[in-house]
Design a protein around this ligand. Structure first.
Ligand SMILES: C[S@@+](CC[C@H](N)C(=O)[O-])C[C@H]1O[C@@H](n2cnc3c(N)ncnc32)[C@H](O)[C@@H]1O
Length: 276
């Protein structure tokens, strides 16, 4: 392809680069071109004969996508709970099932005006604290991560939503950097076993966002210990679909008020809320 071409032809060429490895090749071709041109879908559809330049740069992205690099990292955009967030390789790409964690927390606190201190462990790109801060207008959030790269990405998103006053980022492990009294602890921690064989595309994501230890549930158990030790009233946590039994067993002889698991749309256990 020459150094400039028109939208219609570029889309065809991009689709042919992607079609062997990417399931929705034509759609992803559109998304890559929209990113390259900085335009929306309506513009793309109505400007099929417009010129596209810097094709080398665009096709370099398409080749990376054809080698399974996640589209979200190439376009620096991800959608979560109907909002668009900035994303880059230092943070986990938000997953749709984590939207259920937001719904779970919203269902657990009837008074959306309440003055509460939420703490999130493992903030990543910031999606959970940001979405909750949008719903709980008077709440303060302390958002911890062990990765400075993730915190840098979360900072960008917090600024995008103008929530700098209410979400404070802290570098550290678990609750180490938190001295305040906590009303509600939230986490989507790494929960995959260290030796699990994962699909190739997951190798692009930060490994400390995925792997939770030899068994996988080690970080969840550490958080449970903290909740019980500090007497935190509410704790909502995402889990791997096969971890319900181990967590229930772990809490068997402890003094708790309730433990309720929630499922994803496929019927798999996805998380729990613990009330102490
Ligand atoms: C599964 S990702 C979740 C990211 C984001 N909250 C989301 O739901 O998309 C887990 C996050 O926990 C962080 N993390 C891993 N170990 C940690 C620890 N010991 N203390 C605090 N954060 C940790 C990782 O850096 C990563 O950002």
């Amino acid at each position: 392809m020459s150094s400039t071409s028109i939208v219609k032809d570029v889309l065809e060429e991009l689709t042919s680069v992607l079609m062997y490895n990417v399931p929705r090749a034509a759609r992803e071709a559109q998304l890559l071109l929209m990113h390259h041109l900085g335009c929306d879908e309506l513009w793309l559809i109505t400007h099929q004969r417009s010129e596209v330049d810097e094709l080398d740069k665009l096709f370099e992205l398409a080749k990376r996508r054809a080698k399974n690099e996640p589209l979200e990292y190439l376009t620096n955009k991800v959608s979560f709970y109907s909002e668009e967030f900035f994303i880059a390789p230092g943070a986990l790409i938000p997953r749709p099932e984590t939207e259920l964690l937001i719904d779970e927390v919203l269902a657990n606190v009837a008074d959306k005006e309440a003055v509460l201190t939420f703490v999130e462990v493992g903030v990543g790109s910031g999606i959970i604290s940001i979405m909750l801060a949008k719903h709980f207008k008077n709440a303060k959030f302390i958002a911890v991560d062990i990765s400075q790269d993730a915190l840098n990405i979360a900072k960008k998103n917090i600024e995008k939503f103008s929530l700098e006053e209410r979400i404070e980022l802290r570098l550290g492990s678990l609750l180490d950097p938190v001295e305040e009294s906590i009303d509600y602890l939230i986490s989507n921690p790494p929960y995959i076993a260290n030796d699990a064989k994962l699909e190739h595309n997951l190798s692009y994501e930060p490994q400390n966002a995925l792997f939770g230890g030899d068994i996988g549930d080690e970080i969840i158990k550490k958080l449970l210990n903290e909740v019980l030790k500090l007497g935190i009233n509410l704790f909502t946590c995402e889990i791997g679909y096969e971890q319900k039994g181990k967590i229930t067993q772990y809490l068997q002889n402890t003094k708790i008020s309730s433990l309720k698991f929630y499922k994803d749309l496929s019927g798999f256990d996805r998380g729990f809320t613990l009330k102490v």
